[in-house]
Design a protein around this ligand. Structure first.
Ligand SMILES: Nc1nc2c(c(=O)[nH]1)N[C@H]1C(S)=C(S)[C@@H](COP(=O)(O)O)O[C@H]1N2
Ligand SMILES: [Mo]
Length: 523
């Protein structure tokens, strides 16, 4: 017969629940970080934040007296503090359920802030924090529920052998079983995350050490008008928009990559990474944009791409008469059908290996992706491309076209105001304004703005190296004090003026004018 547990013994298992829940959350957030991002777990972001925000004298003291051990010490101190905190969270959960919620929320907020303050974070970097937070809440409530029941019966002090004591030990047993199972599941998640994630990190490492013989980007002279706040001519790789359906992006080592060109061709061609390099790389400035970009939106970027022209590769394969499409498939199964003329005419459609002078980042399609000037990304810009089947539009249905998006996806003329920003205040008088406009592979011949419905005023255009990039525009408008609306429109090189008719992004790209509202104050 079990001896009656003392109050102290009963109290002790609650901290255990806190420790298991705490550890489980750390493990799942670690797993999520390994699988979904190239970052370390959120704790590392916190540690880095501590290091960055520590006052200089403390840092130099730590470096001087602790030497290489200072980071280990910091992590150990953090680990001890975390264990103690998790212990108390469990203990507090016994009387006040909201205390753990509060502590977890504060910790998750701290982690989120640390991630947001770290260099070049992106949205997915916050997911591990969310995963850990949810794990904490769920596991703690699953573990404390049987304990709460046990405590409720034990509250009256059941005699050994009574039904109360039996209910009490049942609650305790349930707790132990759940703690064991959930703890094991969390460890398994951590191990799985490590295995999957290290494959990706391995590819990241190979990518980092890769030296490609590509020309470095040089901003063309006169491309960027002098308007403070205007987007840079070359979109920095870290700021380049990212769109993909894959949740875990493919990790492919160049040595393992190959592309098969087949279908309606005279001869099938299979190419490896080195085969592409051996052909020598061409390069070009090309502006890529997404069909889902709303008017004035950020899903557009201009980069210096280096790769091998698809026209040459398709010529080698020998396209048969009657083919009008190339069905491109990515390693993650995503696909799109691209009009064959865009891949075979004189434009710089290419299998790109590098972006802005460096190997493609994994998230932008490493080791090889397609870039086609003049078409939206969803019909052309296949990342992690591994297969090209020469075919007919009539015979295929690709990922986005199955979902109601247009079949061919030519880019529409668009223009955007970057300066002034909507909602900003400027000094009345002459105001510098500027932005970007694009109609890839046709080109832009004019950009005009209209203030408060007044006449269209021509803007100066930056110089462009080809018709496949955006054009940066700038100019000066005169405004009096008060609130203003400014709209922009572009005219393409065929003389077609951008339509003011507002259309949604679905099915083939938004139309309408970008408009900003701003106010001018008497200087
Ligand atoms: N494998 C794969 N490639 C893809 C996509 C995708 O979901 N999966 N999205 C496409 C879309 S819709 C766009 S707009 C571009 C975006 O390329 P980026 O992420 O390099 O900017 O990639 C295209 N290539
Ligand atoms: Mo897109």
């Amino acid at each position: 017969m079990a001896p009656r547990p003392t109050l102290e013994q009963r109290a002790l298992v609650w901290p255990l629940a806190g420790l298991v829940a705490g550890a489980a959350g750390m493990l799942t957030s670690y797993a999520a970080a390994m699988v979904l991002t190239v970052r370390e777990a959120p704790v590392v972001a916190i540690a880095e934040l501590v290091v960055r925000s520590a006052p200089g004298p403390i840092v130099s003291f730590a470096l001087k007296f602790l030497g290489a051990w200072n980071k280990t010490l910091l992590l150990s101190v953090m680990a001890v503090l975390t264990v103690v905190l998790f212990w108390y969270v469990g203990a507090w959960a016994r009387r006040r359920w909201w205390v753990p919620v509060l502590v977890y929320s504060l910790m998750a907020t701290l982690a989120a802030v640390a991630v947001l303050l770290s260099a070049d974070w992106s949205g997915v970097d916050l997911l591990p924090v969310a995963v850990g937070y949810v794990t904490w809440l769920v596991v703690l409530s699953l573990l404390t529920e049987p304990l709460r029941r046990a405590d409720a019966v034990a509250g009256e002090g059941p005699e050994p052998g009574s039904t109360g004591a039996a209910a009490y030990s049942r609650g305790r047993r349930q707790f132990l079983v759940r703690a064991g199972l959930l703890g094991a599941a969390a460890v398994a998640a951590g191990v799985a995350g490590r295995v999957v994630g290290s494959g990706r990190r391995q590819v990241e490492e190979v990518r980092r050490l890769l030296r490609l013989d590509v020309r470095a980007p040089r901003v063309p002279a006169g491309a960027h008008p002098d308007v403070p706040g205007l987007a840079p001519w070359q979109t920095p790789t870290e700021e380049f928009y990212k769109i993909h359906t894959a949740i875990v992006v493919p990790a492919i080592e160049p040595a393992d990559w190959s592309l098969r060109i087949h279908g309606m061709v005279e001869r099938e061609v299979v190419l490896g990474y080195q085969d592409l390099l051996d052909r020598g790389l061409t390069d070009a400035w090309v502006t890529l944009c997404c069909v889902s970009n709303p008017i004035g939106g950020p899903l557009v970027g201009n980069a210096w791409w280096s790769g091998v022209r698809t026209a040459d590769l398709l010529a080698e394969a020998g396209v048969l008469d009657g083919a009008d499409a190339v069905l491109q498939t990515s390693q993650d199964g995503w696909n799109c059908a691209t009009p064959i003329e865009a891949l075979t005419d004189d434009r710089d459609a290419m299998l790109a290996l590098a972006m802005n002078g460096s190997p493609l980042p994994i998230e932008h399609g490493f080791p090889v992706r397609t870039v086609v000037p003049g078409l939206y990304g969803y019909v052309s810009a296949t990342k992690w491309v591994v297969d090209m089947e020469v075919t007919r539009f009539a015979d295929v249905d690709a990922y986005w076209t199955q979902r109601g998006w247009g079949e061919r996806g030519p880019v529409k003329t668009a223009s955007r105001i970057d300066v002034p920003r909507s909602g900003s205040t400027v000094a009345a008088g002459p105001v510098r304004v500027g932005g970007v406009a694009w109609h890839q592979h046709t080109g832009i011949s004019a950009v005009e703005v209209s203030v408060d419905g007044g006449p269209w005023q021509p803007m100066e255009l930056g110089r462009v190296p080809n018709t496949d990039t955006w054009v940066q525009w700038g100019g000066t408008v005169d405004v009096g004090p008060g609130d203003h609306l400014m709209r922009v429109r572009a005219t393409d090189a065929d003389g077609v003026v951008q339509t003011p008719v507002e259309r949604d992004v679905l099915p083939d790209g938004a139309t309408g004018h970008d408009v900003v509202d701003f106010s001018a104050e008497e200087a």
